[in-house]
Design a protein around this ligand. Structure first.
Ligand SMILES: Cc1cc2nc3c(=O)[nH]c(=O)nc-3n(C[C@H](O)[C@H](O)[C@H](O)COP(=O)(O)O)c2cc1C
Length: 489
């Protein structure tokens, strides 16, 4: 199933009609950003820009490699293709199968002496970040963001363990950039602090345009000390091939499109941001002083492909894979706690800030019991500040059906339960600037959308749907005769 590189993945997406090659010359200054945004809004194919103002011929830009699929009802088609699963697999099946795919034994990477990522090497005066087709995505952005879907590589100077993380990267000038860590827990920042204590700049490498799974694990939480390349190798079923960087003591995937090597300064800083954050807003809070990084080499394939995502409100491709991952993790965790849960789903429409759970309801106040278990785990309350619990008959992967059930089964006077005054989260747009800075003002809300257990069975309203109120023989007859009635759909 493994794709050798980004180019193989693009070819496969093209077969599925998920890529739009754009031959017309486009401008990196807002035009590209607007095209990507519009394509996301329309669930159009991923824009693949072939000619960009100011970039040498052959330099290309792929946007939204994991954007929502073009066919209605197949939002996760590109994620499925990346995993080697059928693109039309229903979301509920993908959620159930996700762990099988991910929980494979790790496979260590192997070193190779050369790789396509070093077909062209630029050092010294030849370094020029500005030649890449890097967009200014939104009006108000602090600069051109070359890193929006990438792998930032660093090494722990004490243990030698590598970390692959995803952090936004803004170009400062031809030879300098800024990498943004938004919380002190980020592992690359932890490495940086160790270098700072040693009074040494931190070497880094940015790998942009890898095979499709690598960015997922860079942007996902892998425990400290577990090395992402091993986990990715396990998922791919074969070791990743790495080559040594030219100017820093780090290794990068051999087939990467573009590699930027350099050092993060421990003394020099510059202004980074603002930039649109994952919840879909540009906020003045996302601008600040940041460590400056000096580029020591750029290497790339011939005719390199830069890859990007354009953060914004849903539908946003930052979340397609995360939606499946979070849903699968919640489902597995609740089941492991002995709860008779049928399905859990983190809808794309909510920027994954809401979790919908369907379940058998074994006892009174069960939804509250479930909420306490989920909010209690690490990150639980940040992922699910809105939690809705339904009876088993609701397909929670169908967002329209779930919202209908919420607004018809959850009594606003009795079934909404709010927990206030929790620690806040710096990214929440509904918090004041002060609350964001101090990380206060957090809250979680449970919508109990289950029918009360103490109601007599005959009092429970029946869903007046095709399956709900038509006898089996009538349904079968209608389905059999459907085209005879003249319907084309
Ligand atoms: C599209 C995307 C963009 C992200 N941008 C940032 C960012 O700019 N800064 C940040 O600190 N985390 C960002 N993250 C979250 C980190 O990648 C995530 O916390 C990851 O677990 C970090 O891994 P590490 O701690 O192993 O380095 C982003 C994640 C995604 C998926």
């Amino acid at each position: 199933m493994a794709f050798k590189d980004l180019r193989e993945y693009i070819a496969r997406l093209e077969e599925e009609g998920e890529i739009q090659r754009i031959e017309k010359e486009v401008d990196w200054n807002l035009e590209i950003g607007a095209i990507i945004r519009r394509a996301l809004d329309l669930s159009a194919p991923a824009p693949f820009f072939q000619k960009i103002v100011g970039s040498p011929p052959g330099y290309r830009l792929l946007a939204s490699p994991n954007g929502t699929g073009v066919t209605p009802g197949r939002p996760y088609a590109r994620v499925a293709v990346a995993l080697g699963l059928p693109p039309n697999m229903p979301s509920s099946e993908m959620i159930k199968s996700y762990h099988g795919v991910m929980e494979k034994d790790p496979i260590k990477p192997v070193m190779v002496s050369e790789g396509p990522c070093q077909e062209e090497v630029y050092t010294g005066d030849d370094i020029d970040l500005l030649k890449f087709p890097t967009p200014v995505f939104h009006e108000g952005d602090g600069g051109r963001y070359i890193g929006t879907w990438l792998t930032c590589i660093s090494k722990d100077p004490e243990t030698g363990k590598v970390n692959w993380g995803m952090y936004r990267v803004m170009i400062h000038d031809k030879k300098h950039l800024l990498i943004y860590w938004h919380t002190p827990q980020q592992h690359m920042y932890g490495h940086y602090l160790k270098y700072k204590a040693m009074r040494k700049p931190m070497p880094f490498a940015l790998a942009i345009g890898t095979e499709p799974i690598t960015p997922w694990f860079s942007g996902g939480r892998i425990p400290l000390g577990v090395e992402e390349p091993d986990v990715i190798g396990g998922v791919l079923g074969e070791p990743i091939e790495l080559v040594k960087c030219k100017t820093v003591d780090l290794e990068v995937p051999a087939t990467t499109e573009i590699v930027i090597e350099g050092e993060v300064s421990i003394d020099e800083t510059a202004i980074e941001g603002p930039f649109a954050e994952v919840l879909g807003y540009i906020s003045p809070a996302s601008r600040g002083e940041n460590q400056l990084s000096r580029v020591t080499a750029i290497t790339h394939r011939h005719d390199p492909i830069l890859v990007c995502t354009n953060p914004g409100p849903p539908p946003s491709d930052s979340y397609t894979k995360t939606s499946i991952e979070v849903s699968a993790n919640v489902l597995r965790y609740l089941k492991s706690q002995g709860l008779p849960v049928k399905m859990a789903y983190a809808p794309l429409e909510t920027s994954i800030r809401m979790i919908l759970v369907s379940s058998e309801v074994p006892f009174r106040n069960y939804a509250k019991h479930l909420a306490i278990i989920l909010w209690g785990i690490w990150g639980g309350k940040d992922r699910a500040p809105y939690l809705a619990v339904f009876d088993e008959d609701i397909d929670v992967t169908n967002f329209g059906q779930a919202i209908w059930a919420m607004t018809t089964r959850c009594n606003p006077a009795k079934d909404i339960h709010i927990v206030k005054d929790l620690p806040g989260m710096a990214l929440y747009p509904f918090l004041s600037r002060e609350e964001r800075q101090k990380q206060t003002g957090g809250a979680c809300t449970l919508f109990d959308c289950t029918w009360p257990l103490d109601w007599p069975k005959e009092d429970i309203p029946v869903m007046a749907s095709f399956e709900g109120v038509y006898p089996k023989e009538i349904r079968e007859m209608v389905l059999k005769n459907w085209s005879d009635y003249g319907f084309k759909v």
